[in-house]
Design a binder for this molecule. Sequence first.
Ligand SMILES: *Cc1c(COP(=O)(O)O)cnc(C)c1O
Length: 421
Amino acid sequence: MTSPVWHPFTQHGLGAPIPKVVRTEGAALHTADGRRVVDAISSWWVTTHGHSHPRIMAAIAEQAATMDQIIFAGWTHEPAEQLARDLVAIMPPELTHVFYSDSGSTAVEVALKMALGYWANIGAPRHRILMLEHSYHGDTIGTMSVGARGVFNRPYAPLLFDVGTVPFPKPGHEQATLDALETLCGGADPAAAFIVEPLVLGAGGMKMYPPALLAEMRSICARNGTLFIADEVMTGWGRTGTLLACEQAGIVPDILCLSKGLTGGAVPLAVTMATRAIFNAHLSNDRARMFFHSSSYTANPIACAAAVANLAIWRDEPVRARIADLGTRQQAKLDRIAAHPLVRTPRRLGTIAAFEIALARDTEGYLSAIGPALMAYAGTRDVLLRPLGDTVYVMPPYCIDDADLDAVYGAVASFLERDLS
Ligand SMILES: *Cc1c(COP(=O)(O)O)cnc(C)c1O
């Protein structure tokens, strides 16, 4: 019998096999048919330290023994209180408040609503949101609106709200980006907020830009009063080599979105952190000015306990050294593969390595045939890769050992040696 499950981002009509995973550990997925598959993409960027981290799994089990979901409007519980204190302690001090939700998309929706609520509540309404070309912030209608338009959202295009788009800072064209941002921020209809993925545009193709540019974009927003929203859902939790990518530019956003690695990738949870000014704009004895947002599972205690354990790992274990070491190893292997004539624009930031495969007779971008071909080939070698069209990237859990990392690059290298014409 065929499965009734409808999978995300999966064309069931192509009939590709759907492996069943029965157990996870470290950098590996173990399948029902007995294979050990190396997870080279951290299960879509969520797994940081490694799968089934014993401290995180123990924290989940312990919390599950005492409390399930409770209402979070006007009620609280210790895992949420503890996590908020720990987040405020480890994140930039300007981010004084923590709002819970359950996914990267909801963290971004909350950020947009906070920004618009801020302007409404201070009595100077602004409505326009600015985004960077090629951005991705989620798959809900609001987050699609502030993301790149393409084949992913064409059927919904008429429903997406209008935004101002700043061109991606291609090398040599940085000034055009800054000029466009300056123009869009100010003028007669000043922008409410600029939302940006700091240093790496993930789903847009692992497009990277330098910290100095991020810093300049931040100061243009500050000069114009435009709120700066950093979507660190992918880049946060060490992915780019530092706890936050913003750290490398020496900047602090007005609003920060975190999810994916917040629980080490074990269970769903998200936070939107905000400055005191944004919180205070909603603070009043007038109930019409409260922040009108909630998800049923806001601050789920079990998810919060997992995140508390993740933060303890960041405090107690040499996570930063592990990340630096993985970065060095990624660079060495990337350098070797970069010598191949089909490999274009090899690049790395922190634990993320990426490049394009250039074939003369292929469609560029997300619908390139090369991505699915590599994904299928890597599968036969027990490696999980999922290129973004012609963009190949390796983003493993921080615990991956050299043998597994070699297996990943070995699969890519032998794919490149096949007859790809
Ligand atoms: C994955 C991602 C999101 C969406 O997160 P979900 O948990 O899938 O909703 C938002 N922003 C960025 C930058 C992401 O990489």
